[in-house]
Ligand binder design. Structure first.
Ligand code: CTP
Length: 396
């Protein structure tokens, strides 16, 4: 659940700060990316170099990176980067500042910029922890949506015994792991997503293809993986990086794509065909490069296999979703495709909508099912992918 997650660890000035090295190691072992921010006083207990070495990222403490050049550390970017922020150990002083929304340090400003879930793991002496002010501040944090990882009881640095010991690093990391497991709304689902164009080869260097960038399919794969699904991404030739944790299968032609899906299909419960499959392929493939001869030439074509129609016929438990990119009479054409191909739903893109379709980072879709229509605004392809996954979750 933590693989590929961006974890932002904020360390504050408690003796328990030495345990943050173990927290970093636990996150790294579980495949997370980790960045560390430190309060000024935490550096009295553990050095930035220990944490930068373990986290493999520079540690940030101050707003200003280089006084001479004016280069600064961007707390806003860091807040947006994080999938989760953990303040551990959190002193009574830091808890008070967090609850008041103060921003007089890089760490506090980053907390205010974070859009992700925030966890606070207090560490302090028992009487400080029991104090009405601390209790009130923790309550404010809870009301603000922050999760508190309760400290343990035991021997404290003061020599006293009681509640206030920072939770053990392994328990802290497991707590966050469980949070993501709970949120993994698509766990135990195997989803096949196709993306990009197919290339139907004419000779070794020429093909019939289209301009599909694959961005929509890759965004869908990333979103499904984030929600805990086992994702198989079957893609035509595109220049995109494989989303973390996704099994990628590269194919060239429609026939390859059909073969690749068939291998995975029986164990899958969802198929999303966002690939722009070529409709025709050359009847013959010339294994030598064709030479230029006459003024005109023609290539005889035959239909490629209709992948969706073939697989929808074989479906048992699978939810099968197609895409339709249309230029005219959009809804009718899309409904017709959904019916002809026996689909559970179809995602309609209209080329008449600005910012929708091939190549853009945005998309505007209408989701059609046999009994409902859902219209969405123009959004980033990542947000569109989230809308489609919400719909899939509802269906399954
Ligand atoms: N599709 C498919 N196999 C094909 C062609 C298309 O599985 N040989 C899928 C696409 O991935 C998409 C849906 O069918 O999810 C609709 O694709 P589209 O090209 O719009 O549909 P066609 O049936 O090919 O109709 P058109 O004549 O509009 O191209």
């Amino acid at each position: 659940m933590l693989k590929g997650k961006n974890v932002l660890l904020a360390i504050t000035g408690s003796i328990a700060a030495y345990k943050s090295a173990y927290i970093v190691r636990e996150f790294i072992k579980k495949g997370a990316n980790i960045k560390v921010v430190m309060s000024e006083s935490s550096t009295d207990f553990i050095t930035p170099i220990t944490l930068s070495t373990l986290s493999k990222n520079p540690v940030i403490k101050d707003f200003v990176k280089d006084k001479n050049s004016g280069e600064w550390n961007n707390h806003v970017d860091l807040g947006i980067w994080a999938d989760v922020m953990l303040v551990a150990p959190a002193t009574a002083h830091t808890i008070s500042k967090l609850s008041n929304g103060e921003a007089d340090s890089f760490m506090l400003a980053t907390y205010l910029s974070a859009r992700c879930p925030v966890f606070v793991a207090p560490a302090m002496d028992l009487d400080m922890y029991k104090h009405a002010s601390t209790k009130k501040n923790l309550l404010i944090l809870k009301e603000n949506g922050v999760s508190i990882i309760e400290p343990d009881s035991g021997e404290l640095a003061s020599g006293l015994e009681g509640k206030g010991r920072l939770k053990e690093p392994e328990d802290i990391v497991n707590h966050i792991y469980d949070y993501f497991l709970d949120k993994a709304t698509l766990k135990k689902n195997k989803i096949i997503i196709t993306a990009g164009p197919t290339h139907e080869m004419i000779d070794p260097v020429r093909y019939i293809g289209n301009n599909s960038s694959g961005k929509m399919g890759f965004a869908l794969a990333e979103e499904a993986q984030k929600r805990g699904a086992e994702v198989v991404l079957i893609t035509g030739p595109v220049g995109l990086e494989t989303p973390y944790g996704v099994k990628r299968i590269d194919i060239i032609s429609a026939e390859d794509m059909l073969k690749a899906i068939k291998k995975e299909y029986s164990q899958a419960n969802v198929l999303v065909m966002s690939a722009a499959v070529a409709d025709y392929q050359p009847i013959t493939f010339s294994d030598k490069k064709l030479k230029k001869k006459n003024e005109e030439m023609s290539i005889e074509l035959k239909k490629t296999p209709d992948i969706l129609r073939t697989l929808a016929k074989l479906k048992k438990k699978q939810l099968v979703i197609g895409f339709a990119l249309e230029t005219n009479d959009e809804k009718n054409n899309a409904y017709q495709k959904m019916k002809n191909k026996n689909l559970d739903a179809i995602v309609l893109n209209s080329l008449n909508d600005k910012g929708a379709g091939f190549g853009y980072d945005t998309n505007k879709i209408t989701l059609l099912t046999p009994n409902k229509e859902l219209e969405f605004d123009l959004k980033s392809k990542m947000d569109v992918a989230a809308d489609i996954m919400n719909f899939i979750e509802e269906c399954i």
